[in-house]
Design a protein around this ligand. Sequence first.
Ligand code: SF4
Length: 267
Amino acid sequence: MSRREQILAEMGLAPLWHLRGAEHAAEPELVTPVADPRPAPPVPIAQAVSRVAQTVLEAVSAPAATPAPRDAAAKGSGLAHMGWEELDQAVKDCRACGLCKARKQTVFGVGDREADWLFVGEGPGAEEDERGEPFVGQAGKLLDAMLGSIGLQRGQDVYIANSVKCRPPGNRTPEAGEIAACHPYLERQIELIKPRLIVALGRPAAQTLLNAEIKISSARGRVFDRHGIPVVVTYHPAYLLRNLEDKHKAWEDLCFAVDQMQALKKN
Ligand code: SF4
């Protein structure tokens, strides 16, 4: 079995799938985010993130016992001038949302700081909280296998970050206010990395990045524009571990992302 076949086997994808040719030849148009027709959740992530973008720490629904949140505008403008080390320290010191209370440590992000590829997930889990690195548990192993399946490797032309830098208790999905509070850090990471392409892993990450209500099943196979940086979406590896039947869709999405990257490098 070749290395590639081994990787695909680790992803649970057998028989071997090949990168598609003709069906990928017609690239989808670059589209702007569209509103999901479904009823909006009580506190949509996109809305909360949008509020932050407009200066808003009012959007941070900090719990009563949470330390006083810092002013988002001041936070944002301060971050705008930060390099990597300052930004990392700012995250370590951050107590802007309730997730700071139960964390063992912050999980900043990892990888090549000049990467073409940026993968953005949801938030740290228990193992990530222990080790201070994103995607190191079972989902991380699957992500590494997914990266390997398209010829990528953690740390080499790839940066991995999360929408929130502290572990949500019980590995729950981060709340909209928590994502909004943490968004300036992700924003600054993107500014520093300047990736050619962003892959959003899961719905919270997609909504955070695109500032829109997103449904993964309908957003797959499309290219979204995030301030000039193309974004494609796929399922979060943790979801794939629970829904093995969707792994082949993630494989298709990665192939699609590779097609986009190849096109970007030609231009
Ligand atoms: S999740 Fe983000 S905003 Fe909340 S305390 Fe951690 S670093 Fe700060």
